[in-house]
Design a protein around this ligand. Structure first.
Ligand SMILES: *Cc1c(COP(=O)(O)O)cnc(C)c1O
Length: 428
């Protein structure tokens, strides 16, 4: 598989290098030189397959022999070894496609676990490596669980002390083994700066085999393409004719994966790009001006991003396919409306959380008569327990994934945002 740097098409790398580098020169994103095509005949066969076999087929089209199909199958099987996504009916023409039944109860498990398998497999030559990453919650948990107990891979996760929920902390700071968690006396930005400083230390980087495993890694996106095919396989022939998928967006990785699925040949009629009040993209689609504002805190905090990293990939997909950005539906939803929508969904018998509720709101408002709509459920409502309970005046039951960890001791270290202290940990 060949990929080029979107900022400099002359920089071309293979899949292995793209995974290891994460980003190209000038922080450019990697993008496949060729987008494979699945013919309608192939598609009908692929849709009949089970989730693991089908996902292997799709990924193999991109990876194109760089990893043998047989080995790829084993990795996909290990990566996706949890409850498949579920389609839950909300009303006649709308269902939620729930992607949150993995070990950390968010859709990020798909991408993080496949990336972990890929890094593990490329790292086989007995080199040890260190994954260093900063998190404000969800990503850290997904990455920690994805790499848990992998040989020769050490994971160090930094997070701002007191600024992630206790449930979040219990989920990934109780693992131990090859997972080290460090709470930093500072903000998320302080954590990110420490990570950047470490990556700028070339000697250190080489010595401990540093990799960031961050969210723009191409392996994560490829993994996420697979569940769009699963969604399609679960709906009726009639519903397939006019399918609209509504995606709650932060960094726009999830939507990028959906558009890649469509590029491959999955006949999705339309997507809705949904944001909260951090609406850089909706404003851009209206005015053609890219004007990020200061990031605002909302109740859908995983979407509190005003400079979405993956946007250049989305523009590239539209260009390459000769699609018009005018056909991308979009919208932004305020906290007040999000809260109302969570109540509205509850009346329909469905307990939701702020991110999925935003996607439902815009889908319900924009869906036309002859269309069928899916909105993506990106996190389990219990991950936002306090917010949802306050809105609904109702208790939410915790699933086993959290219940099993709630009483385990926290194993995190705690340090000041000082690189020399962090460096000691890294060299240990
Ligand atoms: C990360 C996240 C999002 C945003 O996904 P992107 O791929 O960054 O657009 C939405 N909802 C939840 C719950 C998330 O954790």
């Amino acid at each position: 598989m060949k990929l080029y740097n979107l900022k400099n098409h002359c920089e071309q790398v293979n899949f292995e290098t793209a995974i290891k580098l994460g980003l190209g020169e000038q922080q450019g994103l990697f993008f496949p030189v060729k987008i494979p095509v699945i013919t309608p005949f192939e598609l009908s066969k692929i849709l009949e397959m089970d989730f693991i076999t089908r996902s292997t087929e799709i990924l193999d089209k991109f990876i194109n022999g760089e990893i043998s199909k047989k080995i790829l199958y084993e990795h996909v099987k290990k990566a996706f070894s949890f409850q498949k996504p579920l389609k839950v009916k909300i009303k006649k023409n709308i269902s939620c496609f729930e992607l949150f039944h993995g070990p950390t109860l968010a859709f990020k498990d798909f991408g993080a676990r496949f990336m972990a398998q890929m890094i593990f497999s490329l790292n086989k030559k007995n080199e040890s490596c260190t994954i260093l990453t900063a998190t404000s919650g969800d990503t850290g948990a997904a990455v920690a669980h994805a790499f848990y107990k992998m040989k020769n891979i050490r994971v160090i996760i930094l997070y701002p002390k007191g600024k992630i929920s206790l449930l979040q902390e219990q989920l990934f700071c109780t693992l131990g083994e090859n997972i080290t968690t460090i709470s930093i006396n500072g903000s998320f930005d302080d954590c990110q700066n420490l990570v950047k400083t470490a990556f700028n230390d070339k000697k250190l980087k080489k010595f401990i085999g540093l990799n960031s495993a961050n969210s723009i890694n191409i392996s994560r996106l490829l993994a996420q393409i697979c569940y769009y095919f699963e969604a399609f396989s679960l709906i009726s022939k009639d519903q397939r004719k006019n399918l609209v998928i509504s995606v709650p967006c932060g960094n726009f990785g999830n939507l990028t994966a959906g558009l890649l699925a469509k590029s491959l040949g999955l006949p999705i009629k339309s997507f809705i790009a949904c944001t909260n009040s951090n609406d850089t993209v909706p404003r851009f689609l209206k005015t053609k001006k890219w004007e990020p504002k200061k990031t605002i805190s909302t109740i859908s905090n995983a979407m509190d991003i005003s400079q979405p990293n993956n946007w250049p990939r989305i523009e590239e997909i539209f260009n390459r396919n000769n699609w018009n950005l005018k056909n991308l539906r979009f919208g932004s939803v305020s906290d007040i409306t999000t809260k109302k929508t969570i109540k509205e969904l509850f009346k329909l018998g469905y307990v939701s959380e702020p991110h999925a509720a935003i996607a439902y709101r815009l889908l319900n408002d924009q869906l036309k008569q002859d269309e069928y709509g899916l909105f993506l459920g990106t996190a389990h409502p219990s991950k936002f327990k306090d917010t949802v309970e306050e809105i609904l005046n109702n208790n939410i039951k915790l699933p086993d994934e959290i219940n099993n960890r709630i009483n385990l001791p926290l194993l995190s270290h705690n340090i000041d945002p000082n690189f020399n202290i962090l460096k000691k940990f890294l060299l240990n």
